[in-house]
Design a protein around this ligand. Structure first.
Ligand code: NAP
Length: 362
């Protein structure tokens, strides 16, 4: 679709999510990662001199790039952010003010009424908030966020069931250690153990999901009325958040109708054929011992949400298990899909200009 790859930058390039961005951007058909930034601890060194913690090899052209300080105005127009939330708030706003499109993973701006909290299959129309954002904040660029890693799977599953009007949800998560970043949870806490508390996570599941499923109204998002009660736990799994979900639906549905709704769920990324879009965003499992993180989380490039054990719930009506890759669908992968949607919709100026320039030179 594009004549040449668009240069992109990465804030927080050295962290756990940052490394997944680097991995996913290697050989990306539309994007070329040319600019990296992180904290003062890493700035001034070559990326390849810093610890690389993924099994996939560090791409050679990235290893040679210098790590820059966080300096708004530097770097390409389109930047991804995998920054620690402690610094993301002010820094991302400054980048947006200076004309960058910031596609962020951090929680800092997710619930801002002017900022889209986006899952491209679920609520691409929320991109309209960008116009309001620019008008109210006077930003030359823009800021788009993706949800918390446990929220993504739940929001996609509920979006698939939207025509049955989800009303109330109970969800208990079993979240992977990688969700805590690096070095994350101390080994003596995390090994062979369950930790029944993840700071701020329950609130994010309960509120972010309502915003994502909400309707655009009067220039803002009217939160969906579904009520969610979440309990979140950390378990000794490397990658992949499992969630046990019970749901009360406002409309009657049979098991076959629910399975069909999950299996047929798709959206704009599939219609547009975006490079990171999985052909089926929700994979339905019929074996009663699936999905499992070790067996299922890496399939479909980590971009599918896995749903299994769909069965009646004596309390709320229906229950099921879901699994999603917290570092890919729950973080870098959805951000990449967000950026692909921005480009496909012609929102990123330099992408269009580079493309037109390349077309003109032929
Ligand atoms: P992480 O491993 O701790 O990485 C944090 C990144 O932020 C590093 O690149 C770090 O640079 C940089 N940073 C920290 N303090 C900084 C400062 N004062 N100035 C500039 N840069 C600074 O965290 P993570 O797990 O990758 O998470 C990154 C973001 O994504 C967080 O906002 C997190 O909430 C969100 N998120 C994480 C997940 C997940 O499953 N892990 C999922 C969804 C969203 P240095 O290496 O130089 O310190």
């Amino acid at each position: 679709m594009l004549e040449r790859r668009i240069e992109v930058g990465l804030l927080g390039a050295t962290g756990a999510v940052g490394q997944h961005f680097v991995r996913l951007l290697a050989d990306h058909p539309w994007f070329r990662l040319t600019w990296l930034a992180a904290s003062e601890r890493s700035a001034g060194r070559k990326y390849g001199e810093l610890p690389w913690r993924l099994a996939a090899p560090l791409p050679e052209e990235i290893a040679g790039l210098p790590v820059e300080r966080l300096r708004a105005g530097g770097g390409p127009e389109l930047v991804f952010s995998a920054l620690d939330a402690a610094v993301a708030g002010g820094c991302e706003a400054e980048f947006a003010a200076r004309g960058h499109w910031v596609v962020s993973n951090a929680r800092s701006h997710r619930m801002d009424p002017c900022v889209p909290l986006l899952i491209p299959e679920v609520n691409p129309e929320h991109l309209e908030l960008v116009a309001r954002q620019r008008e109210e904040r006077g930003w030359r660029g823009a800021l788009v966020t993706n949800p918390n890693c446990a929220t993504v799977g739940l929001a996609m599953a509920l979006a698939a069931l939207r025509r049955f009007s989800p009303r109330r949800v109970m969800v208990t998560t079993l979240q992977a250690l990688s969700g805590a970043g690096y070095p994350g949870v101390a080994s003596l806490d995390g090994a062979a153990n369950v930790i029944p508390f993840i700071d701020g996570e329950e609130e994010k599941l309960e509120t972010e999901t309502q915003k994502i499923l909400g309707r655009l109204e009067g220039g803002g998002v009217r939160a969906h009325g579904v009520r969610i009660s979440a309990q979140t736990t950390r378990v000794p799994v490397l990658d992949g958040h499992t969630e046990a979900v019970s749901v009360e639906l406002g409309e009657p549905a049979s098991r076959e109708e629910l399975l069909d709704a999950f299996a047929r769920f798709a959206g704009e990324p599939q219609a547009l054929g975006l490079p990171s879009a999985p052909p089926r965003p929700i994979v339905v499992h019929e074996q009663e011992n699936r999905p499992q993180p070790r067996l299922d989380v890496e399939s479909h490039g980590g971009m599918a949400v896995h749903v299994g054990r769909v069965r009646p719930c004596p309390v709320l009506g229906w229950k099921f298990i879901l699994l999603s890759h917290n570092m890919v669908r729950g973080a870098a992968g959805t951000a990449l899909l967000n950026a692909e949607l921005l480009v496909a919709r012609g929102l990123v100026e330099s992408a269009r200009e580079q493309d037109l320039a390349a077309a003109g030179r032929r």
